[in-house]
Design a protein around this ligand. Structure first.
Ligand code: XUL
Length: 511
């Protein structure tokens, strides 16, 4: 029996599961919630509070404590850790971890008698890591746009984006030159966690590295000019960038404490979106996927780069199964849904029921409760033509949920109903969101077999790279639909009108 471990370091929690492809078996997911279980990090939503809503950093040691806790939970639940034959992982994209010169030595000499966070804190040259929610690099993005214009999107697959690693590194190098100088190596959240498991600095997966505004997608190498323009000496601080199926290292002896066998192969970790693409069965082109998580994303695999030209806020990342994927990211996802639910002090059940009973498509609004990336909104706030506080709670909740789906439809440029839309991510369990997605897209909504698509996709990548399972076989085994929600055709004119009104509102507010 050969098991593969998949780890997903999300924004608010870290999850892990095992798969045994020969038996088409998948364990239940295990998780550690940063806010609830690691309260000492003062990060209820997975990031350190800051009065400036554009600044969003997390303490990398919180992720290390979560990794220790997660593996202990899996061991204590009696999972067959000793029979794990390979590990892969997924992590929130774009976040960067800054390591000093001592990091290599500390990673190689991890002692099993002390926990990870305690040992690795001295390896950090910057105590916190900017994450994908950080929108504080407007000036740096403007500079990149001035220097490279449209070329940047053609080369790196994305316009300069505030949350992307390149602009974040540029800001750090300028504002904290001393610490930048002390930085010997920069990791993505994904490559940082893989490095800890391997006890050495791991390479970056190209699929995730495409979220940095630094990688040339045509050559799949760092773009020397953009790298040098971003920060002096940056080239020496970036690890090699490798194909997604690379086994980049072997498990450090430290992890024997969780019953895992030191020396088993570790596949380079990737971003949560590339891993979700795999976990949703979207490795081959043709499936439109919406992930409803802390951020909402819309993505699908593509064979070539031609579509990049049309998507103003779109991105191109690498598909772990080969080729590329397109992605749109909406920062006002579950955090916004949760903020609205808390505002009305409602249970999840009451929240759902109130929205379901409200009027469809009646109140167009732009619910930017947090800074948004699609479209770029630095100043949070709700934009609409009425007083949102005067709306009954159910009407307001429904208007927010509808707007979250209408914005996806608008920015993805969907004019024809897709053959189907697959929903994944934590909030895909919500009956009202499933219903609204079917009615707004006028497409059957397919629910995958697994809510934790990123962790599942990571485990599948582990089985592919460390166990030589093909992705099409893994997809057959793990990615079957469990439910299909059919659209209500009578809703079509209502949501066509709602989309038209939503578009007018966006334009009127200059987006
Ligand atoms: C994608 C993005 C988010 C993060 C967190 O560009 O910023 O989806 O990966 O999930």
């Amino acid at each position: 029996m050969a098991y593969f471990l998949g780890i997903d370091a999300g924004t608010q929690s870290m999850k892990g599961l095992l798969i045994d492809p020969a038996k088409s078996w998948c364990s239940e997911p295990f998780s550690v919630h940063f806010g609830r279980e690691l309260g000492s990090y003062n990060s209820p939503d997975g990031f350190l509070p800051d009065d400036d809503p554009a600044i969003r950093h997390a303490d990398p040691c919180m992720w290390l404590d979560a990794l220790d806790m997660l593996l202990a939970k899996m061991r204590d639940a009696g999972l067959p850790m000793a029979q794990v034959e390979g590990i892969s992982g997924s992590a929130q994209q774009h976040g960067t971890v800054y390591l000093n010169q001592r990091a290599g030595h500390i990673l190689a000499a991890l002692s099993p008698t002390r926990n990870l966070a305690e040992q690795l804190r001295p390896a950090l040259s910057r105590p916190s890591a900017p994450i994908w929610m950080d929108a504080s690099t407007g000036a740096e993005c403007r500079e990149l746009r001035r220097q490279y214009g449209e070329e940047l999107r053609r080369i790196t697959g994305s316009n300069a984006a505030e949350r992307f690693s390149g602009p974040q590194i540029m800001k750090f190098a300028r504002q904290e030159p001393e610490r930048y100088r002390e930085t010997a190596s920069i990791a993505l959240v994904s490559s940082f966690l893989a490095s800890v498991l391997a006890g050495k600095i791991m390479p970056m997966d190209r699929g995730d590295a495409a979220g940095m505004n630094l990688l040339d997608l045509r050559t799949l190498r760092w773009h020397e000019g953009i790298v040098e323009f971003t920060a002096p000496g940056l080239r020496e601080k970036l690890p090699p960038c490798v194909p997604s199926d690379t086994v980049g290292g072997i498990l450090s002896a430290y992890f024997a404490r969780y019953g895992l066998r030191p020396g088993i192969p570790i596949n380079v970790f990737s971003g949560d979106n590339p891993c979700s693409l795999i976990g949703c069965g979207g490795a081959a082109p043709g499936t439109a996927i919406i992930s409803l998580g802390t951020s909402d994303t819309f993505f699908g695999s593509v064979a070539d780069l031609s579509r990049t030209e049309r998507m103003r806020f779109g991105h191109i990342f690498g598909n772990p199964a080969g080729g590329f994927m397109t992605l749109l990211c909406f920062a006002n996802g579950s955090l916004t849904r949760e903020a609205v639910r808390k505002k009305f002090a409602m249970s999840r059940f009451a929240f759902e029921a109130a929205a379901a009973a409200a009027t469809p498509g009646k109140y167009p609004l732009l619910p930017f409760l947090f800074p948004e990336s699609t479209p770029a909104v630095a100043e949070p706030g709700i934009r609409c033509d009425f007083d949102p506080a005067a709306l009954p709670s159910g009407e307001f909740i429904r208007a927010v949920l509808e707007a979250q789906l209408l914005t996806i439809k608008y920015h993805a440029g969907i004019t024809e109903a897709p053959a189907s839309v697959q929903l994944t991510g934590g909030a895909s369990a919500s009956p009202i969101l499933r219903r609204l997605a079917a009615d707004i897209f006028q497409s059957p909504v397919v629910i995958g077999g697994h809510a934790e698509a990123a962790a599942l996709g990571a485990a599948m990548r582990g089985a592919n790279s460390c166990g030589s399972w093909q992705f099409d076989r893994l997809t057959e085994k793990f990615c079957t639909a469990t439910e299909v929600i059919r659209p209500d055709r009578s809703m079509r004119p209502i949501y066509d009108r709602a989309l038209a009104e939503f578009t007018v509102l966006l334009h009127r507010h200059g987006f």
